[in-house]
Design a protein around this ligand. Structure first.
Ligand SMILES: [Zn+2]
Length: 248
């Protein structure tokens, strides 16, 4: 997919918001207002590129307008950025309630991921999952988002993959530390480890019902552990870690 640079998105958005044609000078002022450090030559090169790609059309001295294709591109970019900010908002966890909701959302997606993985994972992918849970069993096991990310990948379901890659974004790595902390305090790490192995065994046995059930049990357990941890007078610990994540 063509990745649109922010400056190009900003320019297309500005032209789409404007009723008439936009001149190079107005485009320059607008982009500088938006915080882009651009020169006049950069602007004219950018505008020529947009012309070449038939996203804009020149009206001579009056400036340029978006073509129909350009308007479509601008509308899509707007949708993309709304979607991105919706996700960013959802991943901005504030309290125990948000964290439990996050795990419950994961349970809904990941049960389908585990199911699809049992049906679709390639033999070499199953081997990699085995390796992942075996090497982690040597006493230094931690609840790893990596395991969950991998299940999403090997589901070979585009819809699931799109959601899981966003859910397991590296920005959420500090969340893993929080879950490890909860796992240690609730003495749940060994159990989580065993559950990971059992999920891989079910995927390996090509048993979708069992893989799905085990994933639900695994996330139910994590939700319960999180609630018990919070109820045990540790809600402030969760809030402090989440606040730290948000500020990074
Ligand atoms: Zn897990």
């Amino acid at each position: 997919m063509h990745h649109t640079p922010p400056i190009e998105s900003a320019l297309l958005a500005a032209m789409s918001a404007q009723a008439g044609p936009m001149g190079a000078r107005a485009a320059l002022v607008h982009l500088r207002d938006k915080g882009f450090e651009v020169s006049e030559s950069t602007i004219s090169r950018l505008l020529r590129e947009l012309d070449d790609r038939a996203l804009t059309a020149s009206l001579g001295k009056k400036g340029r307008v978006l073509t129909e294709e350009g308007r479509r591109a601008a509308a899509n970019l707007l949708l993309d950025s709304r979607r991105a900010s919706n996700f960013a908002d959802a991943l901005n966890l504030r309290d125990v309630h948000d964290l439990v909701d996050h795990l419950a959302g994961r349970r809904g997606i990941e049960r389908e991921a585990a199911r699809a993985a049992a049906l679709r994972a390639r033999p070499e992918e199953v081997a990699r999952l085995h390796e992942m849970v075996e090497t982690s069993g040597s006493g230094r096991w931690q609840e790893r988002l990596g395991f969950h990310r991998s299940i999403g990948e090997v589901s070979h379901n585009k819809q699931i993959q799109a959601i899981t890659t966003t859910l397991f974004d590296e920005r959420l790595d500090p969340l893993e530390h929080l879950l490890v902390l909860i796992g240690i305090k609730q003495e749940a790490l060994v159990r989580w480890d065993e559950e990971h192995r059992a999920i891989v065994a079910a995927i390996s046995a090509r048993d979708p019902d069992r893989a799905e059930d085990l994933m639900v049990v695994h996330l139910d357990g994590m939700i319960r552990d999180t609630e018990l941890f919070a109820d045990g007078g540790n809600a402030h610990v969760i809030h402090a870690v989440l606040a730290e994540i948000e500020s990074t």
